[in-house]
Design a protein around this ligand. Sequence first.
Ligand code: GLA
Length: 507
Amino acid sequence: MNKLPIAFLFLSLAQVLSAAPTGHWLAKQTLPDGQTRETSLWLKADGDTLTGYMTAPNQDAAALSNGKINGNDISFSIVRDYYGEERKTDYTGTFENDGLTLHMPGFGGRGVRNTSFKQVSTDPPGPMPAPEPKISLPPAADVPSNGLAKTPPMGWNSWNKFARRVSDKVVRETADAMVKNGMKDAGYIYVNIDDAWQGTRDAQGNIRANEKFPDMKALAQYIHGKGLKIGIYSSPGPKTCANYEGSFQHEEQDAKTFASWGIDYIKYDWCSASRVYDYHSMPAAYAKMGEALLHSGRPIVYSLCQYGVLKSEQWGAKVGGNLWRTTGDIRDSWESMSHIGFDQQFDLAPYAGPGHWNDPDMLEIGNGGMTTTEYRTHMSLWSLLAAPLLAGNDLSNASPDIMEILLNKEIIAIDQDPLGKQATRVSKDGDLEVWARPLKGGAYAVGLFNRGASPAKVTARWSDISLHGSARVRDLWKHESLGESTEAFSSDVPSHGVTLVKVQPSR
Ligand code: GLA
């Protein structure tokens, strides 16, 4: 036999072997600061059946179910206990060259992500590692109110646009922009740094910022010097969602550090806490930081971020929270925003009020994934919902259209109404929805929404909002009084659009 075919035979054998699923497959993601996140698949192929387990950051090992091999393709599901609810995730993957590409749900629910795995061993999997032992905290006593956030917090947060790229420079430029473009005067006061500011702890356990933030205290002074306030981010777990240092077992120390830097707001994000705490301990874990903030020596707004699990609206205020997330992460799309805003908030109104707010997540206005009409709907709905108005775009480069939406003072006044009553959905007819909230002084804010694909006439009936007789109607986007209406008000609303009006009963 000549040498060439033999070489081919070995080559193709090597390819077949390297594509054999059995073994340990590893995906390593290196973060900008050099940290790595590892997801592992331990697989065993048996004919066309695939078994094994997966380990991923912030999760216990989980067994594959329904695993199948079809040529170079695989598919399997993983069923996890998601805070008391069974949640099934489906995965598909393809072996190509010497790797495995797995299509898996993105970080924080952001679409589907393709993750590349390399085979690091061909040994069949051993027994699946047992779940890490969890801490059970006793129920905590109610944390007294800090007296802050009498109206929903307004400001900016770095995550939606800058994610891990947030830096001292970005924060300063944002603050400068907020002063210049009128946002500060319109009430957007908090400049909030989200995840990815943290460095390591010093020998005494004090948290330090990473190299992107050379001097947090100086940054806070800069922000305060502009007449603004500054927010920061941490986690009750050992690591944050982006795998930076969390506050686990350093709660009081971190609260004091934040206070010493001059921090005015903290977003406290669950993530890896699920590795260390049994999830029933979530309220007590949040109460720990709630207490720590009260004793930090500085008034600090407390924002709970735990994706709305375990009915946070029912205990968020008791653990000292001024706001609590009611859903998973928002994305810059009509589907995400409208699903969160319309479908996931309608029964939460009883829990909102001065000092304690439902948080349907930060604004995506201006990030480019929705039309101007859709962004107007976003702003209108969030204001009706008495939601925090935290812009999430690049304010140094925002277009006039976008600024006009964020700076609509008549709509901001709805969000900030001192009565603090969150809107309810008062009627729904297919894609057409009317939402209304009572305002101080007897008026109502009424949103006539069209979620459908074509323009439609939407009608708000006074009887649906407990109004009788005639009322003066003012269009808050057109800034125009529309005269008096008796019994009802109708408007032609574009697809995905809104007509937002203030309705004042005539006396
Ligand atoms: C979670 C939160 C987001 C953001 C990221 C940061 O996904 O829900 O709002 O804070 O973590 O890692």
